[in-house]
Ligand binder design. Structure first.
Ligand code: FAD
Length: 468
């Protein structure tokens, strides 16, 4: 059987590309080496982490958050097994959903390890070692990413005591002391899960702040909030060793600017220092597919590698390692392969940190605008002045809108607060349409909603907010 498209990897990049290509009339196969489809995101990433974030948030709400509303309940007890079963069931329903969509769209899903044999030829090695060869007009590399480890430090991840995110979503008891190496999104989300369930959590971060790439106003306030919730945050700290001990593990670190090394004991250490593109065993060298200096598959503006007929999308190429970025690239590439004009607007890709409060961001940060010499205006509005936030006792945080000084076009939006991950999309849509902050500030928003703070922040860029 000859295919139009063979996709290697069934994560959000690969499976979405396959579905879109099939919808556009192409004959498609997807190869996946895991036992189930859906990639990192559905199996061990976005979906299970959000199931645990939501469940642990409910636990914490019942334990500490409902009394103030006049809801008096006895202290909750944790049934971690049941919480994990909820997570597993959530994963199962999602990965089963992808298998269903493959069937519905007549896509051949093949479990096995894919390797590019030559242009137009991909081999698949099954669990039983049997090899089959597929012929195809186009090959899509969507093999995603893997845990990066700590640069210069030899760490043996056993997924029990020294864990990556994969082990951290499957612990069988709440650690007393959890040390998180790396204060980025994944470390802070999973650190929050275990902190809510009772662990003492220490985060060790190399940079001088958490969430390095975020708008500085946002990351500053976020760090204060995490510290208030009980997270022990040590920034400017370089981890030099992670070793197992008789009782757990110890982490050694020293100040980045120089000084004495310190050691901290933990029963679990989460290594969350980033992810790297995954290309092992794909046969890229033999096929002549070029990588860039960070090991990512090099592509042009149309996802084409240097070899005709071979394309790449998602975490394995440049750009933010986010599921929705991979999905949008999957759709755009499928359209290109079907003769249409697929396109991704990299200026408008939202990023969300699913802690409580959530942090959400789209477009430029104030620091980026300054560095680029762009004249801008800022509008900010705090949730303390929002009626709905007061009613929900969710007044932590603010909305910040950045707009071009001359044209008023919105260049960036940053929200820290309850529901930020949902609210960010109205700013994203506005930016996609090239809208101005006045457009946003004059759009009628339902009352009382948290989103009114977005409108007020927009008003603050060109006039005055009403409620402040
Ligand atoms: P992947 O999802 O990594 O899928 C690649 C697939 O390719 C894998 O299943 C792999 O087994 C398969 N594969 C690799 N090599 C081969 C081969 N040779 N043959 C066959 N199959 C192969 N992003 C968000 O946007 N929101 C979130 O909330 C979020 N949370 C996350 C939480 C965690 C704990 C982690 C680890 C990641 C999270 N991410 C999140 C990131 C997100 O998971 C990735 O950006 C996304 O999965 C990338 O999609 P992809 O299709 O490029 O690759």
């Amino acid at each position: 059987m000859a295919y139009d498209v063979v996709v290697i990897g069934s994560g959000p990049g690969g499976y979405v590309c396959a579905i879109k290509a099939a919808q556009l009339g192409l004959k498609v196969a997807v190869i996946e080496k895991r036992a189930t489809y859906g990639g990192t995101c559905l199996n061990v990433g976005c979906i299970p982490s959000k199931a645990l974030l939501h469940a642990s948030e409910m636990f914490q709400q019942v334990a500490h958050g409902v009394d103030a509303f006049g809801v008096e309940v006895a202290a909750p007890t944790l049934n971690l097994g049941k919480m994990m079963a909820h997570k597993d069931a959530t994963v199962k329903s999602n990965v089963d959903g992808v298998a269903f969509l493959f069937k519905k769209n007549k896509i051949d899903g093949i479990i096995g390890t894919g390797k590019i044999v030559s242009v137009g030829k991909v081999s698949v090695t099954g669990e039983d070692g049997k090899v089959q060869e597929l012929e195809t007009k186009n090959i899509v590399i969507a093999t995603g990413s893997d845990v990066a480890g700590i640069p210069g430090v030899n760490v043996e991840i056993d997924e029990k005591i020294i864990v990556s995110s994969t082990g951290a979503i499957a612990l069988d008891k709440v650690p007393q002391n959890l040390v998180v190496v790396g204060g980025g999104v994944i470390g802070l989300e999973l650190g929050s899960v275990w902190m809510r369930l009772g662990a003492r959590v220490t985060v060790i971060e190399y940079l001088d702040k958490l969430l390095g790439g975020m708008d500085a106003d946002v990351s500053k306030q976020f760090q204060r909030m995490m510290a208030k919730q009980g997270m022990d945050i040590r920034t400017d700290a370089k981890v030099t060793g992670v070793e197992k001990t008789a009782t757990g593990a110890k982490v050694t670190y020293e100040p980045v600017k120089g000084g004495d090394a310190q050691t901290i004991e933990a029963d679990v250490v989460l290594i969350s220092t980033g992810r790297k593109p995954y290309t092992a065993g794909l046969g890229l060298e033999d096929a002549g597919v070029a990588l860039d200096n960070r090991g990512r598959v090099e592509i042009d503006g149309g996802f084409k590698t240097n070899v005709a007929g071979i394309y790449a999308i998602g975490d394995v190429v440049k750009g933010p390692m986010l599921a929705h970025k991979a999905e949008d690239e999957g759709v755009a590439l499928a359209e290109i392969l079907a003769g249409q004009h697929g396109h991704v607007n990299y200026e408008v890709i939202p990023g969300v940190v699913y802690t409580q409060p959530e942090v959400a961001s789209v477009g430029k940060t104030e620091e980026e605008l300054k560095a680029a010499g762009v004249a801008y205006k800022v509008g900010k509005f705090p949730f303390t002045a929002n009626g709905r936030a007061r009613a929900m006792l969710a007044t932590d945080g603010f909305v910040k809108i950045l707009a071009d000084q001359k044209t008023d076009r919105v260049l960036g939006g940053h929200i820290i607060g309850f529901g930020a991950g949902e609210m960010i999309h109205e700013i994203a849509v506005l930016m996609e349409f090239g809208g101005s902050s006045e457009d946003l500030g004059r759009t009628c928003h339902a009352h009382p909603t948290m989103s009114e703070a977005v409108k007020e922040a927009a008003l603050a860029t060109f006039a005055k907010p009403i409620h402040m």
